[in-house]
Each structure stands twice: as structure tokens, then as C-alpha cells.
Design a protein around this ligand. Structure first.
Ligand code: SF4
Length: 75
């Protein structure tokens, strides 16, 4: 489980990432580095497994966290 805010650009906050995550509207107050992996849905990667803390040139901010009050919790 790790926590990501709007400003962090990684697979965990990317629209294409298919790993386990949810958006919450409270400060979770934790950031444990236990990285999840999940499939990338971008057409160039076709489901390859990506770590939540990776990032690539095709990164696209997940629309859910354009509401800056939300954070992403993985795992
Ligand atoms: S590999 Fe790139 S496109 Fe795929 S989820 Fe990660 S940042 Fe997004």
C-alpha cells in the first residue's frame, strides 16, 4: 500500500494503470513502500505488468484525481 497525491506522476496515478487502487477523499497519513504491480492498458504496452512507482512517456493523469482533494491508495 502506498499513497499518492495529485502531484505524483507514476503508474499509480495514470489513467492506463490497471492495478489495485482506490481514490479516497481524506488524508490517509501513511506511505508504506509495498509496491503493487498491475497491467498497463496503453496501446503500446498491451497489458504488460508495471510497478505502481514506475512511469513512462505515455503517462496520462487519471481523471479521478483532478479533484485535488482526492488521493490514490494502492493495494
Ligand atoms: S507504463 Fe506509462 S502508460 Fe502505462 S500505466 Fe505506467 S505511466 Fe501509465
Amino acid at each position: 500500500m502506498s499513497v499518492y497525491g495529485y502531484d505524483l506522476s507514476s503508474c499509480a496515478t495514470c489513467a492506463y494503470w490497471g492495478g489495485s487502487r482506490k481514490a479516497v477523499n481524506m488524508r490517509a497519513g501513511m506511505n508504506v513502500d509495498n509496491y503493487e504491480t498491475g497491467p498497463c492498458g496503453h496501446i503500446n504496452r498491451r497489458g504488460v505488468q508495471c510497478s505502481e512507482n514506475a512511469v513512462c512517456q505515455d503517462y496520462l493523469k487519471w481523471s479521478v484525481i483532478k479533484d485535488h482533494s482526492l488521493e490514490i491508495i494502492t493495494g
